[in-house]
Design a binder for this molecule. Structure first.
Ligand code: C2E
Ligand code: MG
Ligand code: MG
Ligand code: MG
Length: 277
């Protein structure tokens, strides 16, 4: 009996594994055609300056509307896109879309804001990155001061990233470190790198009012940012309590559901218009 049970368990485990693999395979295959089938969309999440309450920027976040599965989270498909290399054309698409949208808002007379776009490691390592960014800025006519690129700590830490980052900075593009505090890194790179901004990961923000260790880490990040003259943004702010804490301790900007969720361009345009009034 024990043997049978073992066998059943094994079978159960095995078929589960298979369906995971199948699911990943299916995502991989449909991802390949998603661009040409126009299944991607960009949502935008506003960023608010704490001191003034002004809307100062947006983050562009990709959305995939799969014809059968509905909306698939980037957390699921970005790693697959990285693995297959699809992230390169996909990343170029989102960059062009976000820059064009930002320029269109400016041309419509809305107050100019910065547009932040996430860059993945594979995209960053691709040797056409600089050329592609230059071309997109030229084609869309967006002034580079209104573009921000978000990179991860792991990427920032690599020596090979330095020349590219330096070049992006010299073009006038803002560089920010995303999910700050979550990866294997030393703080030393902040002094070496041409970085303008850090984004405190939302896992720390959740701890405000609940875990004094999270609060201590946030305070340390705020201090480092202030002393190094970097601007600092808190991600994933959902409650008034979190906001009050960040305001009290001098956080520059915030982004989170407390103010706005990521939304499609037409809805965000209404938000921008409201801010003009
Ligand atoms: P991220 O760059 O750290 O983006 C912030 C994520 O936090 C977004 O999730 C956003 O919807 C979510 N968020 C914002 N405010 C709140 C809040 O108050 N509460 C909670 N619970 N969540 C909040 P999303 O859009 O699902 O994206 C997940 C991740 O996927 C992103 O994390 C980023 O790493 C990646 N990603 C998204 N779009 C792109 C893209 O175009 N290119 C690349 N390379 N990666 C992307
Ligand atoms: Mg980001
Ligand atoms: Mg983040
Ligand atoms: Mg991230």
């Amino acid at each position: 009996r024990a043997k049978d049970e073992g066998k059943n368990n094994y079978k159960f485990y095995d078929s589960n594994r298979n369906s995971d693999v199948e699911e990943k395979m299916e995502i991989k295959n449909s991802l390949r055609r998603a661009l040409e089938r126009d299944e991607f969309d960009v949502h935008y999440q506003p960023q608010i300056q704490v001191e003034t309450g002004q809307l100062i920027g947006m983050e562009a976040l990709i959305r995939w509307h799969h014809p059968k599965r509905g909306t698939i989270s980037p957390a699921t498909f970005i790693p697959v896109a990285e693995e297959t290399g699809m992230i390169v054309p996909m990343g170029e698409w989102i960059l062009r879309k976000a820059c064009a949208q930002n320029k269109a808002w400016q041309d419509a007379g809305l107050p100019p804001i910065r547009m932040a776009v996430n860059l993945s490691a594979r995209q960053f390592g691709h040797n056409n990155l600089l050329e592609s960014i230059r071309r997109i800025l030229e084609e869309t006519g967006l002034d580079p001061q209104y573009l921000e690129l978000e990179i991860t700590e792991n990427l920032a830490m690599k020596d090979e990233s330095l020349p590219t980052l330096t070049e992006l900075r010299s073009m006038g593009i803002t560089i920010s470190i995303d999910d700050f505090g979550t990866q294997h890194s030393s703080l030393g790179y902040l002094k070496r790198l041409p970085v303008n901004r850090i984004k405190i990961d939302r896992s720390f923000i959740w701890g405000i009012g609940k875990d004094t260790r999270d609060e201590a880490i946030i305070l340390a990040m705020l201090l480092v940012a202030q002393r190094l003259e970097l601007s600092i943004l808190a991600e994933g702010v959902e409650t008034e309590e979190q906001f009050a804490f960040l305001q009290k301790h001098g956080c520059d900007d915030i982004q989170g559901f407390l103010f706005y969720r990521p939304q499609p361009a037409d809805l965000i345009q209404k938000v921008l218009l409201d801010h003009l009034k």
